[in-house]
Design a protein around this ligand. Structure first.
Ligand SMILES: Cc1cc2nc3c(=O)[nH]c(=O)nc-3n(C[C@H](O)[C@H](O)[C@H](O)COP(=O)(O)OP(=O)(O)OC[C@H]3O[C@@H](n4cnc5c(N)ncnc54)[C@H](O)[C@@H]3O)c2cc1C
Length: 433
C-alpha cells in the first residue's frame, strides 16, 4: 500500500513524539513505532531531566557537560542545549508534565558530575511521566496518525534526497511517501548481552544510515552505566539503579563493605573503578547501599526502584543492592547540525540515534531526555519553515515481503559489523559484557 504524509517520524519516544507535536498542526504527520507505543527507552528513564536553574547557571551547565564529555563535545550544540533547556521544560509543563516541587520551586536533585543540583524529576519515574504526557497529546492531535508494530526497513531515496520510508506492518510492506522524514529510532542496547535498554533497540536507524551513506559520528562512544542491578543468569534487559540514589547519598562498597570511589564522579570513571574493584576482589558485582537513609524517604523518593527490587526479593531499605556496569547509552550516531538535519536532504535525526555532539565522549547524567526535547523541536521548527516550498517526490517503489524481511536482517548485520569495527579489540569484551 502507498501512504502519504507531509512528515514521517520514525520512533515514538521523547524525540519522535516531541518532533511530531512541534510540526505545525496544518501538516499531516505519520508517526511509527516498531513495537508497542510505550516500548521505548524514554518510558524507562528514572533520574530526571537536566535544566539550567536560571540564566546564571547556563555557563556552569555548559562547563559540567563539557567536562563529563572529556572536552570532545561540540561546544555550540552544548550551548544550545543549556540555553534552550528552560524553555523546553516550560513547554513540557504546558503540555501537562508535573515535576516534584520543593515549595514553589522544583525539587532539584543531583547526579554524577553535575556541580550543583539541577535535575528536575517526577519521583524516579520521570520517563514514564514524560511518555504519558506526550502520548496523551499525540492522541489528541488530528494531524498525527500513529502506527504501532510498524518497522522501518529502509528510507526512500531519490537523487540524494529522502522521499519517505519503507515499512513492514502486519506482514505487509507499505511505502510511506513524505516531504520530510525524521529518524528518532533510539539507541543500540539491544545489540548487547547486558544493557539497560529495551531489547528492541537494535540501532535500526544507524543501520539504515550506514547503508545509505549518511554521515555518522563517534561510533565508538558507548556509555556503560555504573549501577545496574546484578542478577545472575538473567537474559532480560538489566534493571537500572539510578545515579540519583548516589546523588541523594547512597554509597558504593565492595564485598568487604569498604567504599572505594567518589560516587559522584562521571559515569565512565565510576564504571571503570567498579570493573577494577570487581577484578581486585574477584567478584561479579559491587554493592550500592542506601539502607542508612530513612525508610520513608527511600520509599517515597525512589518508589520505582524500591518496588522493582522488592519484586526481585530485595528490600533496599534493609540491604545493599548488588550492582555492576552494563551498556546504557550511545553518544555517537547520525551526524546532524544544530537543526538536527543529516547529511541527506529532507532527512533529519534526533534523540539517541543522532549525534548532535552535545555529549562528547561521555554523557552527563540526565542530558539525554533534554537533548531529545531541544533538538527534536529544532528539527520540527526547521521543517515548518521549509515545508511549503518542498514538493512530494512520490517515488514509484514496490517491494515484496520476503525482500523487505531480508533487508531487515541485513540491517542488523550492517550495524553489528560497524560496531565491531568501531570497537576494535574491545569488541568481544564490550558486546558480551
Ligand atoms: C533504564 C534507563 C534509564 C534512563 N534514565 C534517564 C534519565 O533519567 N534521564 C535521561 O536524560 N536519560 C535517561 N535515559 C536515556 C534516555 O531515556 C534515552 O536516551 C531517551 O529516552 C531516548 O529517546 P529517543 O526518543 O531517542 O528513543 P526511545 O525513547 O528509545 O524511542 C525509540 C523509538 O524508535 C522506535 N524504533 C526503533 N527502531 C525502529 C524501526 N526500525 N522502525 C520503527 N520504529 C523504530 C521504537 O519503537 C521507539 O518508539 C535512560 C535510559 C534507560 C534505558
Amino acid at each position: 500500500m502507498d501512504l502519504y504524509s507531509d512528515v514521517l517520524v520514525i520512533g515514538n519516544g521523547v524525540a519522535g513524539m516531541f518532533a511530531a507535536l512541534n510540526i505545525d498542526k496544518k501538516y499531516k504527520v505519520i508517526l511509527i513505532s516498531k513495537t508497542k507505543a510505550d516500548d521505548c527507552n524514554t518510558y524507562l528513564a528514572q533520574g530526571g531531566i537536566s535544566k539550567a536553574k536560571n540564566k546564571d547557571d547556563i555557563d556552569l551547565f555548559v562547563e559540567d557537560t563539557m567536562k563529563a564529555g572529556k572536552g570532545k563535545n561540540k561546544i555550540e550544540a552544548v550551548r544550545v542545549l543549556a540555553e534552550e533547556s528552560i524553555k523546553n521544560i516550560d513547554i513540557l509543563m504546558e503540555l501537562g508534565m508535573e515535576f516534584d516541587k520543593d515549595g514553589e520551586d522544583f525539587d532539584y536533585t543531583r547526579e554524577g558530575a553535575h556541580t550543583i543540583n539541577r535535575i528536575v524529576h517526577s519521583a524516579d519515574v520521570t520517563g514514564k511521566r514524560v511518555f504519558e504526557t506526550l502520548f496523551k497529546e499525540v492522541e489528541k492531535r488530528e494531524n498525527i496518525i500513529l502506527y504501532e508494530n510498524t518497522t522501518l526497513v529502509d528510507i526512500l531515496k531519490y537523487e540524494g534526497m529522502c522521499a519517505g520510508g519503507v515499512v513492514i506492518k502486519e506482514n505487509q510492506v507499505h511505502t510511506i511517501h513524505s516531504k520530510f522524514t525524521i529518524l528518532a529510532t533510539g539507541g543500540i542496547g539491544g545489540l548487547f548481552n547486558n544493557s539497560t535498554n529495551r531489547r528492541c533497540m537494535t540501532g535500526d536507524g544507524i543501520a539504515i544510515a550506514i547503508k545509505n551513506n549518511i554521515k555518522l559520528s563517534n561510533l565508538n562512544y558507548i556509555q556503560f552505566h555504573p549501577t545496574a542491578l546484578y542478577e545472575r543468569g538473567s537474559e532480560d534487559r538489566k534493571f537500572l539503579i539510578s545515579e540519583s540514589l548516589r546523588g541523594e547519598g547512597a554509597h558504593l562498597v565492595n564485598k568487604n563493605k569498604k567504599r572505594f570511589v567518589d560516587e559522584l564522579l562521571p559515569r565512565d570513571v565510576v564504571a571503570n573503578r567498579i570493573w577494577e574493584e570487581e577484578k581486585n576482589t574477584n567478584s561479579k558485582c559491587v554493592y550500592l547501599d542506601i539502607s542508612h537513609m530513612e525508610n520513608k524517604f527511600i520509599k517515597s523518593r525512589f518508589p520505582g526502584i524500591y518496588n522493582g527490587c522488592k519484586k526481585r526479593g530485595l528490600d533496599i531499605t534493609q540491604k545493599p543492592i548488588p550492582v555492576t556496569p552494563v551498556q546504557h547509552y550511545f553518544m555517537g550516531g547520525i551526524d546532524v547540525d544544530l537543526n538536527s538535519k543529516t547529511s541527506m536532504e529532507n532527512l533529519y535525526a534526533c534523540g539517541e540515534v543522532s549525534c548532535t555532539g552535545v555529549h562528547g565522549a561521555n554523557r552527563l547524567a540526565s542530558n539525554s531526555l533534554l537533548e531529545g526535547l531541544v533538538f527534536s523541536r529544532r528539527a520540527a521548527l526547521d521543517i515548518n519553515k521549509k515545508i511549503d516550498k518542498t514538493s512530494m517526490i512520490n517515488l514509484k517503489h514496490k517491494l515484496e515481503i520476503e525482500e523487505a524481511k531480508s533487508i531487515e536482517e541485513t540491517n542488523l548485520k550492517y550495524v553489528l559489523d560497524t560496531f565491531a569495527k568501531a570497537l576494535g579489540d574491545k569488541k568481544n569484551e564490550l558486546i558480551n559484557s
